[in-house]
Write a protein that binds this ligand. Structure first.
Ligand SMILES: [Zn+2]
Length: 182
């Protein structure tokens, strides 16, 4: 959503791009503005998944206000839990294409050449974000700013916890079960 907004040239997109180009985190205000724009698109009429948002309690509160203005009910909030060593391991296996932006995982994707993107032939590289020391830093930011979001949704009864330690198939099945549970 963020990348799309940044390349779309909308007012919010331009602001987000300037912040990201400077290597900084996009502020709550800009994130909310972008989510608001996107939720107004016709293609979200049949439902949508917000991935990696809200990341802070102020974002969650703003999202609440936004959804109530748009008369949209949040169905549920999925919290996937995995231990730190596993998170570091998975992200360390993640490669991104410099050309098309596609993301691969050495664990999951059978790459003939781990240096070349099978989609476009571009160069694959490890984002600074996915290096072990940065991942540990991100986990500290998560504990401080994002973990409180769980309590926020726990109180509204929307939170569903899913064990994130299994394979892609196992975690997918657990998420579908959580979505179908009432
Ligand atoms: Zn590519």
């Amino acid at each position: 959503m963020l990348r799309e907004a940044a390349s779309s040239g909308t007012e919010m997109g331009k602001r987000a791009k300037a912040v990201m180009d400077a290597g900084q985190l996009v502020s709550d205000d800009i994130m909310i503005g972008i989510v608001k724009d996107v939720l107004g698109f016709p293609r979200t009429a049949n439902g949508f998944i917000l991935d990696g948002f809200p990341r802070t309690v102020p974002q969650a509160k703003a999202l609440d206000g936004l959804l109530s203005d748009l008369k949209i009910d949040l169905t549920c909030v999925i919290n996937m839990e995995a231990d730190e060593a596993e998170v570091v391991r998975r992200l360390s296996n993640r490669l991104t294409c410099r050309q098309c932006g596609k993301i691969y995982n050495l664990d999951i994707d059978n790459l003939a050449d781990p240096a070349r993107c099978p989609n476009c032939g571009g160069e694959l590289y490890q984002r600074d974000d996915d290096k072990p020391e940065t991942v540990r830093k991100r986990l500290r930011v998560y504990a401080e700013s994002t973990a409180p979001v769980k309590e926020f949704y726990q109180r509204s009864g929307l939170l569903r916890n899913v064990n994130g330690m299994g394979s892609v198939g196992e975690v997918s099945a657990a998420i579908l079960a959580a979505l179908n549970q009432d």
